[in-house]
Structures are given as C-alpha cells and as structure tokens.
Design a protein around this ligand. Structure first.
Ligand SMILES: Cc1cc2nc3c(=O)[nH]c(=O)nc-3n(C[C@H](O)[C@H](O)[C@H](O)COP(=O)(O)OP(=O)(O)OC[C@H]3O[C@@H](n4cnc5c(N)ncnc54)[C@H](O)[C@@H]3O)c2cc1C
Ligand code: SF4
Length: 480
C-alpha cells in the first residue's frame, strides 16, 4: 500500500471551502468551491483502504471508491476518472448532490473518531477536472447496431440507460415532455446545489454521440406507448413521479398557496433566462414576501433556500416532526439554517387564513408518540396549542406520488403497486408488457438521482440482453 494513504491519523477532514452565507444569499451560484489539486490529493490520502470498503457497499452504484481515492492521492487523475466513470454515468453530479452523510461518507470506517473521507467532493473534483482536460468523451459506439430503443424521460434514469445503450451501438431515441434534457436535474434541483451548465454540457455530448432527443413530446398525449413499441425494439420508461401530495386542511384554495415543483421550476427557468409569466407576475416569486414552506424533505429545503435568494423578508419551514426525524439531508438543513431560514419543528398546518389571498398559516403543535409498525414515531396534535404564522406565500412541499401511467399511456396491461409505481420484474426490469422496461422514481417512488442512475444502467444491460435474444431467435427462425 502506498505510504501516502491512511493519513487520517494526522490530517483533519476539510471539505472544499463553503462560500459565506451572506454572499450565498445574494445569488444562485453553487455554495462549495472546488478543491485545489493539492487539497484534493491530501484529502484522498486520508482513506484507510480498508479490506471491506463499507463506503462502496453503501454507495448505490458500488463505486470503487478506495481505488479512485488512492489514484487521486497519487496524482493519477485521468486513471481516477476512468475508474470513477466506469460505474457512474454522472460522477460530477452525484459528487454534488448525493446525500453522502446517509450513503458513502456515513459508512466510512474512519468516520467515528476522525470524520469521514470527503468522498463526494473528491468525486466531483475528479470529474470536473476530467471535463476541463477534455477526458470526458461523447458516447460514440465502435459499431452501429440495426436496433433501436425508445426511452421515455430524459432524467438521470433515462439518460444513464441512453448512454450505455448508445455506447453498445443502439439507435437511441429519448422522448421528453420538457423542452430541455435533465428531468429534475434541470427543473427541480436548484442551481445552488447543481449549476445547470453541468447538466447542459452532458446533453451536448449526448447529441454529439448520436443520441436523438425528441423534446416537447409527451407520451400518452402526442404519441401513444403502442406507437413507440411498434417503432422500437424495446422501450424504457423513466418518467419519474410528479403528482404533488396535497395538504388536507381549510383554506387551501386561497391565492398564494403553491406547489413546490411549480415554484422551483419557475425559479430554475428564470435562472436559465426563460420568459416565465408566473414569476414576472410575482405569483411564483418570493421577493419581499413572508414565506412559509410546509414539509421537511429535500424539496422543502430547496424551496426555503430559493426563497432566501429571491429576497423573501422571512422564510419559515414548518415540519410536523423534530429535526432528528427530518427526511432531508442534515447537510442541507445546516446550509438552510446558516442562510437564515427559521425552522418551526413539531408543528403542522391546521388552516390557511386570509380573505382571498393567504395571510397566515394557522399551525398546531405536535408531539412525537410511540413508533408504528414501520418503526417511525407517530405524531399527534397537542390540543389548544394553535398559533398563526403571518404569510404572503405558502409553498406545499409534501412529496410526490406517481401519475396514473396505465391511464395516461392507455395501456391497462401495465401493472402498478398499491402506491401507483410501475411494477417490474426486479431482475429483468421488464414491466408486464413484453419489451417495455422501467426504472428510476417511477418504479421506486420518489428517491435519489444515484438510484435512478443505477436503474438506468442495469436496465440498459437487461434491454441489451432482451434485444439480442429476440434478434437471435428471429435469425434462428429465418434459418429454419
Ligand atoms: C426539488 C427536488 C430536489 C431533489 N434533490 C435531490 C438531491 O439533492 N439529491 C438526490 O439524489 N435526489 C434529489 N431529488 C430526487 C431526484 O431528483 C430524483 O430521484 C431523480 O431525478 C429521479 O430520476 P428519474 O430519471 O427517475 O426521473 P426524473 O428526473 O423526474 O425525470 C423524468 C423525466 O420524464 C419526463 N416525463 C414524465 N412523463 C413523461 C411523458 N408522459 N412523456 C414524456 N416525458 C415524460 C419528465 O419531463 C422528466 O424529464 C430531488 C427531487 C426534487 C423534486
Ligand atoms: S455516487 Fe453518491 S453515494 Fe456513491 S460514492 Fe458518489 S457521492 Fe457517494
């Protein structure tokens, strides 16, 4: 083992420099700066190169983390990039937005006393360097195959499958109802976590590599799934989950109460330079407003931090459990706190109050009770504890459910779980329709980018096996 590894005993953890909160509040730029080469190498050398790398085990892509850390420590960055990109389609994106505290870094064995290796930041550094140096190439195949695959959804799941299939030589056609590629990477996740240039440059490379994008095309409205199946040798559904969960309380019909994704999409579009009437009119702009965000997940954190940047006069996050039970990444909660967001824990909305437009959220205090069968502590309202938070804009960030795809696609043979997610064979990724595969959020329910990438990559392998088997069978029949 190289002497330069195991440096955690003398070198402290150092994340890349984080911009000062007061500066962060003023713009939508990413909040972390890049490592300098020396710092990246030094931080990588803290890895203990353990025999059973729990970081890899707990990375959904099973990235060979100790290997690329060692290569980085040795200054062999091009090789580090090759190893990192062998298992991950978007290492620079995961490095930025994976909840590392729950995945790789949270399971680093030196974490207990020495604080984990900064795996995410180093993964980002390796791949940003690869882009700078021109090592990231378009997915051009060595030979073209006469088979085509239709992919519905240009989010991380669809793109990961598209890249892998194109590299094998397939004619890949990606259909998306949005006008840009990236799914939630482009319109959901805000710029301060993931600058859009990082997504847009991938799109350019995929087009250069011969992947065909059909944008502003909604399957079920503009083209039917049946047409797509007739056109392609296989179809992959990666449409994500978009039906916003609603709040069941009095006053939800008042003006000024908006769903989180409408709000975030308007902000992202505005930052991309689009004309967004709902933003210009002020309906989806927090400037000068008292904002209340209801919810405690990553989407809620993105909303509160966006509102801060838009110039809200106050931003309150209302969450019915306590901080320890928040589903969002703790790192994001800390960032929000630093940026001036106020958290009201253990409180849930009881009613929205106002004449025509929302003027306040009446909330009630909650207490945590005994765990239910899932092990999660139940919450119950405390009688007589209601209080009102003044509010000009209320944002509902309570999570997402799947749309009714069998109905939207006119394919009742597609089967769904009791949550409405598509059911697939978990080995083959095939739905109940032969040759139609699915993965990402539409199968898992609202999840993570890294899991969508995993599904896209695995499904691509299964699609390849299916098409080859079908082609082999056709050849055998023709030869008979
Ligand atoms: C606000 C927000 C913040 C998040 N932050 C994080 C984070 O920090 N880290 C993280 O790991 N995850 C985060 N997530 C979750 C992550 O974005 C998703 O898990 C991931 O994008 C799912 O990928 P996907 O490819 O399955 O679907 P999506 O990214 O949702 O892409 C689906 C695509 O399908 C298209 N589509 C849908 N229906 C049709 C149709 N009928 N016809 C044509 N096209 C269609 C959509 O337009 C979209 O482009 C966040 C989610 C949200 C909402
Ligand atoms: S993909 Fe995510 S979980 Fe895996 S090593 Fe990278 S940051 Fe960690």
């Amino acid at each position: 083992m190289a002497e330069r590894m195991l440096q955690f005993v003398r070198l402290r953890q150092a994340q890349p420099e984080k911009r000062d909160a007061s500066a962060r509040r003023e713009d939508f730029g990413e909040i972390y700066r890049e490592y300098a080469a020396e710092a990246a190498g030094a931080q990588a050398s803290r890895c203990s190169q353990c025999g059973v790398p729990f970081c890899s085990v707990h990375c959904p892509l099973n990235n060979n983390i100790p290997d690329w850390l060692k290569l980085t420590a040795e200054g062999r960055l091009e090789e580090a990039y090759e190893v990192a990109s062998a298992t991950n389609t978007f290492p620079e994106i995961c490095g930025r937005i994976c909840p590392q505290d729950r995945l790789c870094e949270g399971n680093c064995v030196i974490e207990k006393d020495f604080e984990s290796v900064t795996i995410g930041a180093i993964e980002k550094y390796i791949t940003d360097t690869a882009w700078e140096k021109g090592w990231v190439t378009s997915p051009t195949p060595r030979q073209e195959l006469p088979y085509s695959v239709g992919i519905i959804g240009a989010g991380p799941g669809g793109l990961a499958a598209a890249e892998k299939l194109r590299k094998r030589g397939y004619q890949v056609h990606v259909y998306d109802r949005y006008d840009r590629v990236g799914g939630l990477l482009i319109y959901g996740i805000p710029n301060f976590k993931l600058e859009k240039e990082v997504v847009l440059r991938r799109w350019q490379q995929y087009e250069a590599g011969g992947i065909h994008f059909h944008l502003n095309v909604e399957i079920g409205r503009d083209i039917s799934l049946a047409e797509l199946r007739a056109k392609h040798d296989a179809v992959f559904i990666a449409t994500g989950v978009y039906k916003a969960r609603d709040i069941d309380c009095v006053g939800t019909n008042l003006k000024g109460i908006v769903p989180a994704l409408d709000y975030l999409t308007a902000s992202n579009r505005e930052n991309l330079g689009d004309d967004v009437p709902a933003f210009t009119s002020g309906a989806l702009d927090a400037k000068g407003k008292r904002v209340v965000v209801v919810g405690g997940g990553d989407t809620a954190m993105d909303c509160v931090r966006t509102a801060v940047r838009q110039g809200a006069t106050s931003v309150t996050c209302l969450y019915r459990r306590d901080k320890a039970n928040m589903p969002g990444s703790m790192r994001e909660v800390k960032n929000a706190e630093e940026e001036g967001v106020e958290f009201t824990w253990l409180a849930a909305p009881e009613a929205f109050v106002g004449a025509e437009h929302v003027e306040g959220v009446r909330a009630i205090r909650m207490h945590l009770g005994l765990p239910d069968s899932s092990g999660r502590q139940q919450v119950a309202p405390i009688p007589g504890s209601a209080f009102t938070i003044p509010c000009d804009l209320a944002i509902k960030a309570l999570g997402f459910d799947p749309e009714d795809l069998p109905q939207a696609f006119g394919e009742t043979a597609l089967t769904v779980s009791r949550w409405g997610t598509l059911t697939v064979n978990h080995r083959s990724f095939m739905t109940a329709l032969p040759g139609v595969f699915a993965g990402g959020d539409i199968v898992r329910g609202a999840s993570l980018v890294v899991w969508a990438i995993r599904d896209g990559r695995d499904a691509a392998d299964q699609i390849h096996a299916y098409v080859q088997a079908k082609a082999g069978a056709a050849l055998a029949t023709a030869a008979e």
